[in-house]
Design a protein around this ligand. Structure first.
Ligand code: CS2
Length: 454
C-alpha cells in the first residue's frame, strides 16, 4: 500500500477557500456531512472550514499532512463511488485554543459548527449545564486562573470571549449532535458556562450568538484499514483520512445566521421554521432503532446493523418500536411510511459494516433522547409503552451481560449492577434519568422485560 503516493491538495484545482466556518469535533461524521454539504454549496469557494479535533490531535495531523483534502467513499449496495472533498482548509488540535480564539475573533468567521457528541454538552437531566460535574468544574477553575479550558464547550466559550473582545460581532453556533432540541441545549450549555465565569460575557452571548438547531443524518461507520487499502488499490493513492458513508444524507436546519452562511440548500439542506418534528422523526426512528438493534442484536449474537436486521426477533421488535413512535409523529408532511421504508433499505445495506458495538456506546445519554420520549408519550396516551421500554430493557440486559461499556456513567452503572436484585433496575434507570428510576410502574415494566430477555 505504501507504494502509493499520499493524496494531497492540488492548489490549482482545489484552491483553499477563505476560512469562514470553524468546526469543533473533526471526526468522520463532520467529513461525510457538513464538509460535504459545504463543498456542494454553489458558493463553496467563499466558505472554507477550519476544523478542530475533540480530544486527540491525530485526525488534525493526518488531515494536515494531506493538505486537508480527503476522499468520501459513498458506499451503495451496488458499489462504491469516490469524491475528493476540499472544503476543510485547515485542521488543528482542539487543544490549540490560541488558534481557535484567533479564528473566532476574526470578523470573517461567521459560523461555528459542532459535532462533539451528546455527552460533551455536560447537561443534567433538566437539560441545563451540570455546573457541578467534574469536567465543568475543572473548566471553570482554568478560566478563573486565566488558562484555557479542556472541554470542547469550555474552549468554545473561551473563543467567544476573544470574539467579544475583538468586536467582530454576532455569529451562529450550529449544533450537529444527536440531541433533541440541540440548538436550545447548546445555547443553554454555552450561556450557562459563560455565566458561571463572567456575567458580562454571558450577556454578550445572549445578544450576539444565535444557536441554530439541526437534524443531521448520514450513516458513517468508522473507516477500517481495509477500507483505506481498498481505496489505495482502486485510486492509486494513499488516503488515511478517507471516510466511508452511505449514499443517503439529510440536513434540516432552523435558526438565524447573523453573519451569513453557505448556500447549503444547493446541496439539499432544508431550512424550516419548526424543527422538532424532524428531530423526533430522526432520533426516534433511526437512532432509537439503532440503539435497540445495538443491545438486542448483540445479546443475540449479531455484530452489525445489517446482521441484526436479519434476525426476525430484532426486526419485529424494531417494527413494534416504530409503530409506537409513529403514533406520536403526526405532523403533516413527515411521510413516516416512506421514512420507515427508506430506513429498512439503509439499515440493510449489505456493504456497510456498521458495528453495533460503536452504536452501543454512551447508552445512558442516548436512550434519554431516543427511547424515553416514546415511552412517556405512550404512557401519557394510556398505553404500557412496552415497545420503547424494551429498548431500555435490552440496554440493561446488555450492561448486565458483562459487555465492556463506554459510557460517561460507567461507574454509576457498575455500582447499580452490584446492588441487590430488587434495587438493580431502578438504579440503572436512574443513570438515564432519576425520574425514570422513581417511577414504580416503569420499573416493574422494565424489570419484566429484562427477565424475559434473560
Ligand atoms: C448512531 C448514529 O452511533 C450511533 O449512536 O445511531 O451515529 C447514527 O448512525 C447517525 O445519527 C446517522 O445519521
Amino acid at each position: 500500500m505504501n507504494e502509493f503516493p499520499l493524496l494531497t491538495r492540488d492548489p490549482i484545482a482545489q484552491p483553499a477557500a477563505p476560512t469562514r466556518i470553524v468546526h469543533i469535533g473533526l471526526g468522520a461524521f463532520h467529513r461525510s456531512h457538513q464538509a460535504w454539504y459545504t463543498a456542494h454549496a454553489s458558493d463553496a469557494k467563499q466558505w472554507g472550514i477550519a476544523a478542530f479535533t475533540g480530544r486527540r490531535p491525530d485526525a488534525a495531523e493526518q488531515l494536515s499532512a494531506q493538505g486537508c483534502v480527503y476522499t468520501l467513499v459513498t458506499r451503495a449496495a451496488t458499489g462504491d463511488s469516490y469524491e475528493v472533498i476540499d472544503s476543510i482548509v485547515s485542521a488543528h488540535d482542539g487543544a490549540d485554543t490560541a488558534r481557535l480564539s484567533e479564528l473566532l475573533a476574526a470578523d470573517t468567521t461567521a459560523i461555528v459548527t459542532l459535532t462533539i457528541t451528546e455527552n460533551a454538552y455536560h447537561l443534567g437531566a433538566d437539560s441545563h449545564l451540570a455546573v457541578n460535574s467534574e469536567p465543568v468544574r475543572a473548566d471553570l477553575a482554568a478560566l478563573a486562573a486565566g488558562e484555557a479550558p479542556a472541554t470542547a464547550l469550555g474552549r468554545l466559550v473561551y473563543g467567544l470571549a476573544a470574539r467579544r473582545a475583538s468586536g467582530a460581532g454576532p455569529l451562529a453556533v450550529v449544533s450537529c449532535d444527536n440531541l433533541a432540541d440541540n440548538g436550545t441545549l447548546a445555547g443553554n450549555a454555552v450561556t450557562e458556562l459563560a455565566a458561571a465565569w463572567d456575567a458580562e460575557l454571558a450577556r454578550w452571548v445572549r445578544e450576539n450568538v444565535r444557536f441554530v438547531g439541526t437534524s443531521i443524518d448520514r450513516i458513517t461507520p468508522r473507516a477500517t484499514d481495509g477500507d483505506v487499502a481498498g481505496l489505495a488499490a482502486t485510486r492509486e493513492y494513499l488516503d488515511p483520512a478517507a471516510v466511508v458513508a452511505e449514499p443517503f444524507a439529510s440536513w434540516v436546519l432552523c435558526g438565524e445566521f447573523p453573519a451569513g452562511r453557505p448556500r447549503w440548500e444547493d446541496a439539499g439542506a432544508v431550512f424550516v421554521d419548526e424543527i422538532e418534528p424532524f428531530e423526533n422523526r430522526k432520533l426516534w426512528l433511526l437512532n432509537g432503532a439503532h440503539s435497540l438493534l445495538a443491545y438486542l442484536g448483540q445479546l443475540r449474537g449479531a455484530t452489525t446493523v445489517a446482521e441484526a436486521l436479519d434476525d426476525a426477533v430484532c426486526r419485529d421488535a424494531m417494527e413494534a418500536f416504530w409503530d409506537a413512535a409513529e403514533r406520536h409523529l403526526t405532523t403533516p408532511g413527515l411521510d413516516i411510511p416512506g421514512y420507515r421504508a427508506a430506513l429498512r433499505v439503509r439499515f440493510g445495506n449489505p456493504r456497510i459494516a456498521h458495528f453495533l458495538k460503536q452504536i452501543a456506546m454512551d447508552g445512558s445519554t442516548k436512550l434519554l433522547m431516543r427511547a424515553v420520549p416514546v415511552l412517556q408519550a405512550e404512557r401519557t396516551a394510556g398505553r404500557s409503552g412496552e415497545e420503547a421500554a424494551l429498548v431500555i430493557a435490552a440496554w440493561i440486559a446488555y450492561c448486565a451481560s458483562g459487555a465492556e461499556l463506554q459510557d460517561r456513567a460507567t461507574d454509576a452503572i457498575a455500582a447499580a449492577l452490584a446492588r441487590d436484585e430488587a434495587d438493580r433496575v431502578p438504579a440503572l434507570l436512574s443513570t438515564i434519568s432519576p425520574a425514570l428510576g422513581e417511577d414504580a410502574e416503569v420499573v416493574r415494566l422494565v424489570r419484566d422485560l429484562v427477565s424475559s430477555l434473560a
